[in-house]
Ligand binder design. Sequence first.
Ligand code: NAD
Ligand code: MG
Ligand code: MG
Ligand code: MG
Ligand code: MG
Length: 330
Amino acid sequence: MSTETITATTDALRQARIAVLGYGSQGRAHALNLRDSGLDVVIGLRPGGPTSAKAAADGFSVLTPAEAVQGADLIAVLTPDMVQATLYNEVIAPNAKPGAALLFAHGFNVHFKTIEPRYDIDVVLVAPKGPGALVRREYEIGRGVPCLFAVHQDASGQAREKALAYAAGLGGARALLIETDFKEETETDLFGEQAVLCGGASELVINGFETLVEAGYKPEIAYYEVMHELKLIVDLLYEGGLAKMLSFISETAQYGDYTRGPRVVDAGTKDRMREVLKDIQEGRFAREWTAEHAAGLPNYSAYKQKDLDHPIEQVGSRLRARMPWLSSGA
Ligand code: NAD
Ligand code: MG
Ligand code: MG
Ligand code: MG
Ligand code: MG
């Protein structure tokens, strides 16, 4: 069973130099956790890039990506997915030591073959199931975020041990480590963010808000109902699943949940979820997104602006300004 306990220590990376390329959401959290776990970490960033001052302020040696790769036993590729292929071809492939390990936090480029790694390096995945801020916060309080890990290529004979040691250094072994492959991680991660976590949840909220406001209800009340209160429900699901959520809501809310929920999200929704999954599995999403990025993000930017201009954002920022304590978490 995939939930068997896999124990891991940082031993396989004790003597290793780790280069973290990218210092954004995941990069910063990984670098800080690995260093606090006693490992040797340097950061590779473009000079003058937006996050190099932050890495230096956190006390790291900040090198160029090429310098960081040259000395590294493990190279963590934590730049945005869409720049990883160029970074691999121009910087990593010409500079990585034979036997070094290339580590990803998402399998996109290896699975969809936009990166075809050299045969003499290890290729592994350690994917925390949470955003970087949570990976760091949980580590600092002695806990961890569950991680998936996988080996795509084992040139050194030590690839699996290195991935496990990295996951241990992140704090993931304190929660749960699940072994997978690049295909399963990539496809499930994309599906989760598209259908449920980001795409599905935000569309549910926006459509609920519009339904109430178009029916003449106050936008402030609609905002509290469909966006603000969602956190309470999601926290209950996170802590104790459906059972805990149901035990905290009223009988009336439960009856509405059982009878009306399936009218909103129905078999047609699930059919469309299957279509979204097929787009991922058959590479259509990857091709579309790669082409969009290469064209300079014309549609992405327009989609983003449409979300930011939605009335729920105007009313939301006014209401949240009354509760300044909300933004202290991240
Ligand atoms: P991010 O956008 O937060 O940070 C990117 C970093 O890379 C920044 O420091 C940026 O300055 C740097 N960068 C950009 N272009 C660069 C280049 N050409 N050379 C060197 N550095 C460059 O990225 P992120 O969201 O942390 O994503 C990193 C990886 O982690 C991706 O593979 C992503 O799929 C994966 N991941 C992200 C999350 C998440 O919650 N954000 C969760 C799991 C996995
Ligand atoms: Mg994810
Ligand atoms: Mg993702
Ligand atoms: Mg959306
Ligand atoms: Mg209510």
